[in-house]
Design a protein around this ligand. Structure first.
Ligand code: ADP
Length: 484
């Protein structure tokens, strides 16, 4: 991996705690390239004691940070953004090596990740309070916004860079400090980001990165009285655990959890555009994003055409290492992910659905899986109810708009959904009826740092991105002034 980098010092393999690179003597965890299974680095397995040290240094650093003019914080964050963009190629190579996504997608993720820092560097200067007309003439109502304090972030492997910056940037911009526990499979991107934050002049202690035993680190982060907020992206199961654990100290909490995104195609849709959006939404990151389409619901009049064109397009997606030219589909992150896709395929086939393309492990071996389209799906099937998190597009048929909405909402999740139609009345009706936090209308790619990202129902709590993301790291204080 080092040989791919222009700046080899970005390849850090120690934890970053209180401004120091530590953990050399600890037990080490292998980091593997999912495309080859090769061990590309070893990182420390730290636990509760080191997490406590990170929290304590965050607590000290945060007070001085919050007291600085917002413009100071803004300047440092802006420098961090610039450094990320200057090192985009190296950061992308590190990301592809540990996560597997095609290099072009990794570059895209770095730009997307950096965009959160750029946005919140600007937003830092705009944390406005308010003055509210008071009920008596000798009184004033003043509303202040203040940083919540020390925050903890627990992040997943599918976006090793962006899931950190979209939490850390608004936290730091608002005057908070943050301790990050990145996913054990993808720690190198996190360390590289910390290295660049240090170069940008971020004071020690404000951003620590701790890798190791998830339960122990998570336990310390959720039970510490010094930590005032926990922000998590990952599985619904772990999110519920963290919510429970955070209850004893009543922390503020943001959760971005699983989804079961429907993608509706109506009879009046532009089918070619729908197919293009479908591929973008489903196969990005080899189907491993929480807003990837999980179910395609297609109206009877265009069902055959859509399914045929989708399968044709999907069959052309090149599978391979993210470093190979022209590859659109990298490996899945681990064998358990392959097994889940296989289980969903087998369950669908057993129930009478039909594989149109793909359907099995790829000839390349490892964790490569053929991009798959299955038609004739029925509602009770596993792929209808669970998040597949892999390159499987299951297609269901519907007749009426009401039926489509009912099917789309028939899940405990509510993160993203997509629909294609050219009827303006239907655009409004369906967008309003879908029970989820993000809706793509005639669009399969909708993530941006400018818009609120988050879920309804069991998909989560809170929003990331835009001014909404900033509010998550701010307390509101009402100051009643009397006797004026
Ligand atoms: P996924 O791996 O599918 O993204 P997980 O919820 O398993 O989702 O993991 C997301 C993050 O949560 C990772 O950083 C993981 O190490 C961490 N994690 C897993 N188990 C726990 C736990 N018990 N407490 C705290 N964090 C955890």
């Amino acid at each position: 991996l080092a040989s791919r980098l222009k700046d080899k010092t970005l390849l850090k393999t120690r934890c970053y705690i209180g401004g120091k690179w530590v953990g050399e003597d600890a037990r080490q965890i292998d980091v593997q390239d999912p495309a080859t299974g090769d061990v590309i680095a070893q990182v420390p397995s730290l636990g509760a004691a080191e997490t406590r040290a990170a929290i304590e240094s965050a607590n000290t650093a945060q007070k001085a940070w919050a007291a600085r003019p917002a413009k100071d914080r803004s300047v440092i964050l802006r420098r961090w953004f610039d450094l990320m963009m200057q090192n985009q190629d190296d950061l992308a190579a590190i990301l592809t090596a540990e996560q597997g996504k095609p290099l072009a997608e990794a570059k895209g993720e770095i730009a997307y990740a950096a965009a959160f820092i750029e946005f919140y560097a600007e937003e830092a200067k705009r944390v406005y309070g308010s003055i509210v007309p008071a009920p008596a003439s000798d009184r004033r109502i003043v509303v202040l916004k203040q940083p919540v304090g020390v925050c903890a972030a627990i992040t997943p492997w599918n976006f090793p860079a962006a899931m950190i910056t979209r939490k850390a940037a608004p936290a730091l911009a608002s005057g908070c400090a943050m301790v990050v526990k990145p996913a054990t499979m993808t720690p190198l991107s996190a360390f590289a980001l910390a290295e660049l934050a240090e170069r940008a002049g971020l004071p020690a202690g404000l951003l620590s990165i701790v890798t190791g035993k998830a339960g122990e680190i998570g336990g310390e982060l959720t039970s510490s009285a010094l930590v005032r907020k926990v922000t998590f992206t990952g599985s619904t199961e772990i999110g519920k655990d963290l919510m429970r654990q955070s209850a004893s100290t009543v922390k503020k909490i943001s959760l971005e959890l699983g989804g079961n995104a429907p993608f509706l195609v109506f009879d009046d849709a532009d089918i070619d555009a729908a197919v293009e959006g479908a591929v973008a939404s489903k196969y990005r990151n080899t189907g491993q994003t929480c807003i990837c389409t999980n179910r395609f619901l297609v109206q009877a009049g265009v069902y055959d055409e859509f399914v045929r064109k989708l399968a044709e397009k999907v069959a052309t997606l090149k599978v391979g290492s993210g470093f190979e030219e022209g590859v659109a589909q990298g490996p899945l992150i681990e064998m358990a992910a392959v097994e889940k896709v296989e289980e969903h395929v087998a369950d669908a086939v057993a129930g009478g659905a039909k594989i149109l393309t793909g359907g099995k492990r790829h000839a390349k071996g490892g964790t490569f899986f053929e991009p798959t389209v299955i038609a004739g799906m029925k509602r009770g099937m596993k792929a209808a109810q669970e998040e597949t998190f892999g390159p499987l597009a299951p297609v269901f048929r519907f007749d009426t708009e009401e039926e489509a909405i009912e099917m789309a909402n028939d899940t405990p999740f509510g993160l993203a959904s997509y629909f294609y139609t050219r009827d303006i009345g239907r655009v409004w009706r369906v967008a309003e009826a879908l029970e989820c936090g993000l809706v793509g209308v005639n669009a399969g790619l909708i993530s941006t740092e400018l818009a609120p990202f988050g879920g309804f129902k069991e998909s989560g709590v809170g929003r990331e991105g835009g001014p909404w993301g900033m509010e998550e790291f701010l307390e509101v204080k009402y100051v009643a002034m009397a006797g004026l």
